[in-house]
Design a binder for this molecule. Sequence first.
Ligand code: ADP
Length: 255
Amino acid sequence: MELLKTTNLTMQFGGLVAVNKVSFNLNRAENIGIIGPNGSGKTTFFNLLTGIYEPTGGDIIFEGKKINGSRPDYNYNLGIARTFQNGRLFWKLNVLENVMMGLHTKQKSFLWDAVFRTKKERQEEKEAVESAREILGFFSKKLLEQQDKLASDLSYADRRRLEICRALVSKPKLLILDEPSAGMDPNETLELVEDIKKIRKIEEDISIIVIEHDMGLIEGLADRVICFSSGDKIAEGSFNEVSKDKEVIRAYLGE
Ligand code: ADP
């Protein structure tokens, strides 16, 4: 059942301990919400899981295998996909092409060298187009209808959705979402929660970790919530338990 585990995971930048001995486990088909005030170590924790940083202490175990310090593309091929807080789309590519880019480390670079493509590469491209359309149609019909539009011409909320589609096309075992509703209005956030909930209908075993400041999104999505403060994991439990935890309230109010 267990997909991911960290034991005493630590990241120190010079004298600053951004993540301090965090032990945590994640089961298959489980959604975890990570909350905590700004600067509490949430993003650093994500960067450790995805291989952007090599931990200065502790271990990361994915499907029983230690992945400390392995590169992001290696982790991606293992099945760990993420979105970024500030969005990282290819503005001059259209919606469909952006989703296909999510397959680029798994397949050959089908968007380039059109003239010199082999038959196998043409077949791969056809399959990539099909996978991308399938994900778009499933996750957001509205996005599929805009498949030929440049990413730069999408509404803000659709850009954020497109990022999730690009991560999903690789069929990850673990999807990591970094503040997916940042910048969205309350209605857009509600729609997004429903879209994210649908993911389990096509990928029933997928596990999701989400960092969010929007407590409505966390409450709507997370089976379990973890709160960070100054690099420490200070609370873990259901949304109700964590939101009533005295240490959590203190961390947010800065008392
Ligand atoms: P959060 O995502 O909860 O806002 P971060 O993980 O971004 O918190 O940051 C945790 C702490 O680590 C902060 O004090 C931040 O300034 C520091 N930090 C993050 N990344 C680096 C880095 N690359 N170099 C030095 N300090 C960093």
